[in-house]
Design a binder for this molecule. Structure first.
Ligand SMILES: [Zn+2]
Length: 335
């Protein structure tokens, strides 16, 4: 169980012990940063709860019929709800997918397990429907809400769940995996692990093309001229230009890189050595001199706000980007 999932030993042990000692909660909240393996741990936990063997070891891969079915996503008692591309989880979907399944008798497993990935995307009525289920949980059911933004869940919903906090994986651990699996140099591995915020999946997704795209982005940010319309436009265009990514992923990456760059300026300002963009040290130190730390923190908020406007409020992407880079050019631009 849990084989192949790197890190999160403390969390795995909590779950292994709960299963071994028959102290499984009806509802869990797996909370922690995006992309670090929370959903994978939840699926492994579902396997553990329904495994046909008495006591599978922590790092042992089990090939029993139940584990294999869960792995393939065809176990009748285990439901994984993912909402890729859909902004809000509708209340009807929760009723159909979850309640009906939960209140049926188990077909073959010991536990009926419902995993909701990105559960914060449920709208309020969907969350309320869930709350009712959590208040009177069907016997032998386990609901696992997975979320990188648990504060977007109703407090009443959160308080019904046993929270398991997950942390970003340490840089050197992610870097080690990258060196092993992708065969990159130690410097590159460390850079990729920092750029991806402790997510192995994201770090592995950073191919040469994307890293080059990022280098170009950081170089342009560092060279932006005050109020230069052409610099602003070319930055906006650059964000939309990375190949091999869909639009949302590319934007998300772009925003993450801009955010990390701004954070680096703040770190440089206070003399910290935790800088992410280590290949741009000189340019970051130069740019940092133009800023006051408070203005940098305000700029971080502006970037977050811009991302929110695009993703949640459906604002025009080009307009939002132009505005953002205009603010950057006013504050950071060279004359
Ligand atoms: Zn098994």
């Amino acid at each position: 169980m849990f084989e192949g999932i790197i890190g999160h030993d403390f969390q795995k042990n909590i779950l292994l012990r709960a299963a071994r000692d028959n102290l499984v909660s009806h509802s869990y909240l797996f909370a922690g940063p995006d992309g670090i393996g929370k959903k994978m741990v939840a699926v492994e936990f579902a396997k553990l709860l329904n495994c046909g063997r008495a006591a599978p070891g922590p790092e042992e891969k089990c090939g029993c019929a139940s584990c294999r079915k869960i792995e393939k996503g065809i176990h009748p008692d285990v439901v994984l709800i993912e909402f890729t591309g859909v902004r809000n989880i509708k209340v009807d979907q929760v009723r159909d997918e979850v309640e009906e399944r939960l209140y049926l008798r188990p077909f073959e497993g010991r536990f009926k397990v419902v995993i909701v990935d990105e559960s914060e995307r449920m709208n309020h009525s969907a969350q309320s429907a869930f709350l009712k289920t959590l208040e009177e949980p069907p016997p032998d059911s386990v609901i696992i809400l997975v979320s990188s933004r648990p504060d977007s869940l109703l407090p009443t919903l959160r308080s019904r769940c046993q929270t398991v906090e997950f942390n970003a994986l340490p840089d050197d651990l992610v870097a080690g995996v990258l060196r092993e699996r992708a065969g990159v140099s130690p410097e590159e591995a460390l850079l990729s692990s920092r750029l991806s915020g402790g997510s192995i999946g994201k770090a592995l997704g950073l191919d040469d093309g994307l890293l080059e795209w990022r280098r170009e982005l950081i170089a342009r940010l560092g060279n932006i001229r005050k109020n230069s319309a052409s610099d602003i436009t070319s930055l906006s265009e650059h964000i939309s230009s990375a190949a091999s990514q869909d639009e949302t992923e590319r934007l998300e990456l772009g925003f993450r890189f801009i955010m990390l760059w701004i954070r680096d300026l703040a770190l440089a300002r206070i003399g910290s050595d935790r800088i992410t963009n280590t290949d741009f040290l000189e340019s970051i130190n130069n740019a940092a001199r133009k800023w006051d730390v408070n203005d940098l923190l305000e700029m971080e908020r502006q970037v977050e706000r811009a991302w929110y406007d695009i993703v949640r409020a459906n604002a025009n992407t080009k307009l939002v980007l132009d505005n953002l880079f205009l603010k950057l050019s006013v504050n950071a631009g060279m004359n």
